[in-house]
Design a protein around this ligand. Structure first.
Ligand SMILES: [Zn+2]
Length: 490
């Protein structure tokens, strides 16, 4: 997410100044492949497969003992499966949803836990909320309940829990079926909203809050509308029924359904995605192929659309050259008639801003969060600092001079910032990116970039922790020192 454009004008001015100080020593040529050796991913996880998507090999450049994967690690074959069905009511204020989950935990469980992001207090203050109307699971589950988890008091709560009668052994497949109603507020800068004939919503379904090797993430909802969820990559079937006049811009690459009737049903499948976003309305749409990636951009006007298309073509090309092939077959971008920044989702982006910087930042999240997942609650820098770092490299948007001296460790939980969204942004994004840039300069840009590509490939479709990144850059002790001093690594 990049919500800094939605902050106060005073804060915006400060951030503009910070972003315009010095020119960055950016790498001008992309690393060509994944030939460099890197340490493998965490030993608690299976070794990366080399049979996934293709990536051209490149020259080895980092001295480490274990070979760099030649392609992205494959998704876990036992990943959860989620079927989502949304119905957007005429008027675009109400969405009914159903969710079917099939889930095989890697450790015993006594309950299912789902995160209700729409009930975050500032999100509810804008008129949004989710109400769960039904929830059932097999294996002896009889009822469901809610935990407050810092949700707005007027809501059911922040976490939906479905307890089982007894412990369910690891390796057992459990299924659950949920029904819910989403209410959308007006013109909010958030992942939920309604503006005129447009509706947009993301993390709208109760989100299965599991992490392999960790268990349930039951952290409180936070006090500002940033990300704080953790979810495994899942196989997702997504269907959206919307008023017939609408075009739906959503995760995956839905074919345009035939005209006729008062509602049309848009359908996509994502082989591996942690979450989804949906936007519906009378969008002006452009479809462009960028390499092997299908790019769809929708905006309220042709002018806004045509301004954004080249920015995303550029972002896709430059970031693919830098980090590896785009993680998804398609990228769908919805420019919304609301103001703010941008919000990333797997294979999709909600844009509340038309700027080049936001386009690059949110596209970079397709690698960092979309494919290489992290706990957005516990280690948000593992996606936000990397997206900011990528933005700075691509756009020569220099790190703030004083960002490295900002108080507090880069690796801090989102919740730890309380209500201080400015400090969250400055430490997580700006200080984190400045530390990565300084580490790159010390390591040597070419070797560092190669190691980063290996890190991405080895950790594709997993949830990383800071130690995974530390292992990936173990060959650069000077860089490790910088990141430790910034509190990014322990
Ligand atoms: Zn971001």
């Amino acid at each position: 997410m990049d919500g800094r454009r939605s902050l106060t004008s005073r804060r915006r001015a400060a951030l503009v100044l910070l972003g315009a100080t010095t020119a960055l020593t950016a790498c001008t040529s992309a690393v060509s492949g994944h030939g460099s050796p890197v340490p493998s991913a965490s030993s608690s996880r299976p070794a990366p497969s080399t049979s996934a998507s293709s990536t051209p090999p490149g020259p080895p450049s980092t001295p480490a003992a274990i070979a760099c994967p030649t392609a992205y690690a494959a998704p876990d074959p036992n990943r959860p499966r989620m079927s989502l069905d949304f119905v957007i009511a005429p008027g675009h204020r109400t969405v009914r949803g159903t969710e079917h989950i099939s889930f095989t935990p890697d450790r015993p469980i006594t309950e299912l836990v789902f995160r209700l992001t729409a009930n975050t207090a500032p999100t509810v203050a804008e008129g949004n909320r989710i109400v769960v109307t039904a929830a059932r699971a097999d294996h002896g589950a009889k009822a469901y309940r809610f935990s407050r988890a810092n949700a707005a008091p007027s809501t059911q709560g922040g976490l939906l829990r479905i307890p089982f009668g007894a412990s369910v052994p690891a390796g057992t497949t459990v299924t659950a079926d949920l029904a819910f109603t989403l209410t959308l507020g007006t013109d909010s800068f958030d992942r939920f909203g309604q503006a005129g004939p447009y509706a947009y919503f993301a993390s709208a379904q109760p989100l299965l809050s599991w992490q392999r090797g960790f268990g349930w993430h039951a952290e409180d909802l936070i006090n500002f509308p940033a990300e704080s969820a953790t979810s495994e990559a899942m196989a997702v079937d997504l269907a959206v029924r919307a008023p017939a006049a609408d075009t739906v811009i959503m995760s995956g690459d839905p074919a345009v359904p035939p005209a006729g009737g008062t509602m049309r049903r848009w359908v996509s499948h994502l082989a591996s995605a942690r979450d989804v976003s949906v936007a519906a309305g009378p969008f002006q749409v452009a479809d462009v192929n960028v390499g092997s990636t299908r790019l769809r951009v929708g905006a309220p006007t042709v002018g806004l659309r045509d301004a954004l298309v080249p920015e995303f073509e550029r972002a896709l090309r430059e970031l693919s050259a830098r980090f590896g092939p785009f993680p998804f077959p398609s990228l769908s971008v919805a420019r919304l008639p609301a103001q703010g920044g941008g919000i990333e989702y797997p294979s999709s982006i909600l844009m509340l801003d038309g700027s080049r910087l936001v386009a690059v930042h949110e596209t970079a999240h397709q690698w960092f969060y979309g494919m290489v997942g992290d706990s957005q609650a516990l280690h948000p820098w593992l996606d936000e600092a990397f997206a900011e770092y990528a933005e700075q490299l691509v756009d020569r948007d220099a790190p703030a001079d004083d960002a490295l001296n900002a108080p507090g460790p880069v690796d801090a939980s989102t919740e730890s910032y309380g209500h201080d969204v400015d400090r969250y942004y400055f430490t997580t994004y700006n200080k984190g990116a400045a530390a990565l840039n300084a580490a790159r300069a010390v390591a040597g840009p070419a070797k560092w970039d190669a190691a980063l590509r290996c890190y991405v490939a080895a950790n594709a479709w997993r949830i990383v922790v800071p130690a995974d990144f530390a292992r990936a850059i173990a060959a650069f002790p000077g860089a490790i020192t910088i990141l430790r001093e910034a509190g990014a690594l322990r």
